[in-house]
Write a protein of this length. Structure first.
Length: 344
């Protein structure tokens, strides 16, 4: 098996430089790093992670914790993960996706076993027991999300409050005054109290009241069937609705089908705006959905930086970073029809 010295000789650098590349302990220019990694591949150098961890008492592995319950891995989640993994690699760390129990009962084994140096916690609830467990274990962590009171916690998150306000602004500028909101039905599940839903629903209701608009909230079960049922129930409670916000990618197609089945054309009769999604997901539908595009890559990068800054001792203060979704107008939102406007 090749040694570090052999790698150094092949790359034309010092053994210390090879060590910096292997351990990620100091900055190495991209050109030099490329030479070292090329030499490692040519010589089939095997980086002994276990030996390195024993010597340094650090694994340089961080875990992205994701709940084991339900099918919650969306395209936006994938963007979070890939961006965080890329950033971790740039800074000399490896990131792994680690499913955990929503109650946090298995966190002690993960952390106390020394398998990881720190964790990034996703799919955060307003009162999340995993946060309490991580705090008690005194492990470095960062949230992608916010609890009810995150003032003393490191977090990055979508600014759902601003996102919903801007969503309503877009539709209000098109003349809409009667709104619907479709959210995932999580009552009775381990994910009850999911923070993004609570923040979106609270902001929606406050905006409706402040602006004098009519607003109704319905909850969708999973998949296309859940979307069709949500459309039916929304039209039952708000038959004059002209604009719908939906934050559930796997039910968007069903919502469109349900509206068409009830004789409502999109966007001629009802405008539909997908919230915290992606342009690629919106383009899968007919008509193409206007979307509040989630800043998945930016937040994944920020989350990795926030955690690694803690681990490397370079953080000065707790990161509190919020980034709103960005409006991408497509084919599913349009000015309110003359008939609907006349009855507003």
């Amino acid at each position: 098996m090749a040694t570090m010295q052999q790698v150094a000789d092949r790359a034309g650098v010092s053994i210390a430089t090879v060590s910096f590349v292997v351990n990620g302990t100091k900055y190495v220019t991209p050109k030099t790093k490329a030479r070292v990694t090329a030499a490692m591949r040519e010589l089939k150098f095997r980086n002994n992670v276990v030996a390195r961890a024993l010597a340094s008492r650090r694994t340089r592995i961080i875990a992205l914790l994701f709940p084991t319950t339900g099918n919650r891995f969306s395209p936006t989640t994938s963007e979070f993960f890939m961006a965080a993994a890329e950033r971790a690699s740039e800074r000399g760390y490896h990131l792994v996706l680690w499913p955990v129990d929503p109650a946090g009962d298995d966190l002690h084994d993960l952390v106390s076993g020394g398998l990881v140096d720190g964790v990034i916690l996703m799919e955060v609830r307003m009162d999340d027991p995993r946060v309490a467990v991580l705090t008690e274990l005194d492990v470095p962590f960062t949230l992608i999300g916010r609890t009810r009171d995150s003032s003393g916690l490191p977090y990055v998150d979508i600014d759902f409050e601003t996102t919903i306000e801007r969503s309503i602004d877009h539709l209000a500028e098109l003349g809409h005054r009667r709104f619907g909101l479709v959210l995932e039905d999580l009552d009775g599940t381990p994910m009850a109290g999911y923070a993004p839903h609570r923040r979106v629903e609270d902001t929606f209701e406050q905006a409706m009241s402040a602006r004098g608009f009519q607003g109704s909230v319905v909850y969708a079960e999973g998949g296309s069937e859940g979307g069709r049922d949500a459309a039916r129930r929304l039209l039952e409670v708000a038959p004059d609705v002209t604009a719908v916000l939906i934050m559930k990618d796997d039910s968007s197609a069903g919502l469109l089908v349900g509206l068409y089945a009830a004789g409502r054309r999109v966007p001629e009769d009802v405008s539909v705006l997908s919230v915290a999604s992606s342009g690629a997901a919106g383009d899968q539908h007919y008509p193409r959905l206007s979307t509040m595009v989630a800043p998945g890559r930016a937040l994944g990068t920020r989350a990795a930086d926030a955690l690694i800054d803690q681990l490397d001792g370079t953080s000065v203060e707790l990161p509190h970073f919020l980034l709103p979704c960005v409006l991408r107008v497509a084919e599913s939102t349009a000015p309110v029809s003359a008939g609907a406007s006349a009855t507003a």
